[in-house]
Design a protein. Structure first.
Length: 312
């Protein structure tokens, strides 16, 4: 099945399909875990440090599945992720908390649009509005009520600014970032160092030190030069190269779904990943309990837009 929509791609699809937005993966995660409740959930229910690429693949399966999947695919992924998250809870956190779901979804939206504009080019106000409206699917697919997604971009920017200003990463968040910076796999270390450099450059200044990320004028100049170089080269790459990660993840997702092995059953007593499907919950166990059979129509962008227009 093709990953391309039959109609012209939406603004959110144009943003999400770009490989360049993956440069914001660490940025989104750092913002997520800067919320103490999200950080605790990740620390206690994810094997992010041992399998960072599997965690990334799980998150991309969720994101690409919601944006490029068929309605049935998007609904299935959303149901499974919500079912997985029923066990992600503990003192001071619960993955089914709408406030936490909203924050995680907000970081996915902001990271994608920000990286797109930094590397590919600016979006028109109309495209930004359309992308924002569709991005509500990231929240509703996690289980957040549709009405909790801020009504428009202006409302979102107020929510974002207030949340960022109040954010104070704790020791748990710092440990998560430190562990990600030093993966067990030696070949991954240069890649993660680059990702953490980008993360530090993208983060608000007051979050860097609490997360253990150093920054100074020299690093800022290097960051600016790197972005300038990427902006010069990336837009001229063939579309097939720029969209390759999306196509590979969607192909892998559909291959595994076709075999009836979209997600592994979580092993008893083992963690899940609060940012999306994890390796231990990932594609594959035929004995996984089935998620609810009833479709959740709010998990697809078109359905979300209809619900919001009805005032849902």
């Amino acid at each position: 099945m093709s990953t391309e929509p039959a109609s012209p791609p939406s603004a959110l699809q144009r943003v999400t399909r770009e490989a360049a937005v993956l440069g914001g993966a660490g940025y989104a995660l750092a913002l997520q875990v800067s919320h103490p409740s999200v950080g605790r959930g990740v620390a206690e229910h994810s094997d992010y440090a041992d399998r960072p690429l599997d965690r990334l693949r799980g998150t991309l399966t969720f994101v690409y599945g919601q944006v490029f999947g068929t309605p049935d695919e998007a609904e299935r992924i959303g149901r499974i992720v919500r079912a997985m998250h029923t066990t992600v809870n503990g003192p001071g956190y619960d993955a089914l908390d709408p406030d936490l779901q909203l924050w995680v979804a907000a970081t996915l939206y902001d990271g994608g649009v920000r990286l797109y504009e930094l590397v590919v080019g600016p979006l028109t106000d109309a495209d930004k509005d359309a992308a924002y409206d569709d991005a509500a699917v990231f929240a509703t697919a996690l289980g957040c009520p549709a009405e909790r997604w801020p009504a428009d971009r202006a409302a979102f920017e107020e929510y974002w600014a207030a949340t960022i200003a109040a954010m104070r990463p704790d020791a748990t968040a710092r440990t998560i970032i430190r562990n990600l910076s030093r993966p067990a796999s030696l070949p991954l270390r240069p890649l993660m160092r680059l990702q953490m450099f980008l993360t530090a450059g993208l983060l608000p200044a007051h979050l860097r030190a609490p997360l253990g990320l150093s920054w100074d004028a020299l690093r800022q100049r290097r960051f600016d030069r790197l972005l300038a170089a990427v902006r010069t080269v990336y837009p001229h790459l063939p579309a097939g190269v720029r969209q390759l990660p999306m196509r590979l993840v969607m192909r892998d997702m559909r291959r595994r779904a076709g075999r009836g092995r979209l997600y592994h059953r979580r092993r008893p007593g083992r963690p899940t990943n609060s940012n999306g499907p994890s390796r231990r919950d990932r594609p594959g166990s035929p004995d996984q309990p089935s998620p609810p059979d009833h479709p959740d129509q709010s998990t697809h962008p078109r359905s979300t837009r209809r619900a919001r227009r009805r005032g849902a």
